[in-house]
Design a protein around this ligand. Structure first.
Ligand SMILES: Nc1ncnc2c1ncn2[C@@H]1O[C@H](COP(=O)(O)OP(=O)(O)OP(=O)(O)O)[C@@H](O)[C@H]1O
Ligand SMILES: [Mg+2]
Length: 419
């Protein structure tokens, strides 16, 4: 059997420590190597025990979880922190992510959620370590994330394409949305690949990965804004501009939240629309993108895992203080029902779906394999029509087509009914 995941528990309440230790005792792949009652003790133990994962309470009397995480990230960078907080601590949550926490759990959580989070951060960390073998040393993170609303008068709209689960069609939608807004609506569009480690945007558009990427632009912007971004942004034949992800995953480490924000600000000053294909997990750079976005198009599919994660995400978005209207729910592959109906989804997540895109494997996969967006090769297909409607809404034209009541919550159920 594979190595066990070594976990350190940090909580000032003895009962919580005991409870978590017992819960994790049932998992054969997890070993609790210690439990600490304070931030200071956590630091000391982490240095000594080198845990893989640290479960950190956010509220502790001597040193709060955020400060402890900050120190721990510096002292024991290989230990991934999972922050535990109670509801209504939006600011804490944001700050803890910036301090270096990899995940957070909102109390009360089920033992399944707990172990899933631990396994997830652990395997992500392992992936990272193995990819970092020949990598450049990471530069330190700068923070300075403050939430900003819509941009100023001459600034374009920033549209983040996000989903709390992978493989639901984010990249497909981001690419075709960008092309639709540019070719049909005449918008000046830049598409940014916000999946810095495993970006697919270049593949879908058949662009040469040797082109310059955001990794070249970030250091440039640190020295002041250049006259033009032409050297970094690629022109695609459809008319959209594209800012690629770095050519190798380890270079993603060089991109900080502050750097991402500067890039987005520079792009939005030059384009009507900045469309960003995000990762499906929270990290500090994704959070920075979601923060500055005017709209977060959150993609879900008719799968139970996608729906469950969506409920969690909506809760987190609430905690982060995002306006409900900033999050727009887009159901992709809407007709491949497989036993779940749209109304089931809406009842489960307590919200109406704002937009749907049909499933069309023929057009979509054929286009993917040719490196031509389906919006260009199959303009008449229903899937293209659906994308165009969405492009119209996010471009600010006919925004009223998103029914106002579509975003009103329907009877909201507690997300923690998943037990
Ligand atoms: N509307 C659709 N109809 C049919 N197939 C689709 C549709 N949207 C996406 N797909 C297919 O689903 C798969 C996943 O799409 P895509 O890569 O865009 O998702 P993603 O969320 O970006 O995934 P990842 O997490 O890997 O970044 C692809 O094979 C794509 O062709
Ligand atoms: Mg993708």
């Amino acid at each position: 059997m594979a190595d066990q995941i070594r976990v350190l528990i940090v909580d000032d309440i003895p009962e919580t420590r005991d409870h978590l230790t017992k819960l994790l005792g049932f998992e054969s792949d997890v070993e609790v190597v210690g439990s600490a009652a304070s931030g200071a003790q956590a630091l000391e133990m982490a240095v000594r025990l080198s845990p893989d994962v640290v479960l950190m309470d956010i509220n502790m009397p001597d040193m709060d979880g955020i400060t402890a995480t900050e120190k721990l990230s510096a002292a024991v960078p290989a230990a991934a922190v999972v922050m535990m907080s109670v509801q209504g601590e939006a600011d804490y949550l944001r700050r803890s992510m910036l301090a270096g926490a990899r995940e957070f759990l909102v109390k009360p959580f089920s033992s399944d959620e707990l172990t899933a989070s631990i396994r997830q951060v652990y395997s992500r960390e392992q992936d990272k370590i193995s990819r970092m073998a020949a990598a450049a040393p990471p530069v330190s993170n700068d923070s300075g994330i403050t939430s900003s609303g819509a941009g100023g008068e001459n600034e374009g709209r920033v549209i983040a394409i996000f989903s709390p689960k992978g493989g639901v069609g984010r990249t497909t939608i981001a690419v075709n949305l960008a092309v639709a807004a540019a070719t049909e609506l005449g918008r000046s569009v830049v598409l940014m690949d916000g999946s810095f480690q495993f970006g697919d945007v270049g593949v879908l558009l058949n662009l040469n990965p040797k082109n310059k990427s955001i990794a070249d632009l970030v250091p440039e912007l640190e020295m002041g804004e250049p006259e033009s971004l032409d050297t970094f942004v690629i022109k695609h034949s459809s008319g959209i501009s594209v800012l690629l992800a770095p050519p190798s995953p380890e270079m993603a480490e060089l991109i900080t939240p502050g750097g991402v924000k500067r890039v987005i600000e520079a792009l939005r000053r030059r384009h009507d629309l900045v469309i960003i294909d995000c990762t499906s997990w929270f990290n500090d750079t994704t959070l920075a993108i979601l923060d500055v976005a005017d709209d977060v198009l959150t993609i879900l599919s008719l799968e139970i895992t996608s729906i469950k994660n969506m409920r969690l995400f909506l809760e987190v978005a609430d905690q982060l203080g995002y306006e409900q209207s900033k999050i727009k729910l887009v159901l992709n592959r809407a007709d491949s029902t497989l036993g779940i109906r749209v109304t089931d989804v809406e009842n489960s997540i307590g919200r109406k779906v704002d937009h749907t895109i049909v499933s069309d494997g023929r057009s979509v996969v054929y286009a993917l394999n040719r490196g031509v967006p389906f919006f260009l090769s199959n303009r008449e297909a229903q899937v293209s029509q659906d994308v165009l409607r969405l492009a119209t809404v996010i471009s600010g034209e006919g925004a009223a087509t998103v029914a106002d009541d579509a975003r009103k919550p329907v009877q909201k159920k507690s997300m923690f009914s998943f037990r």
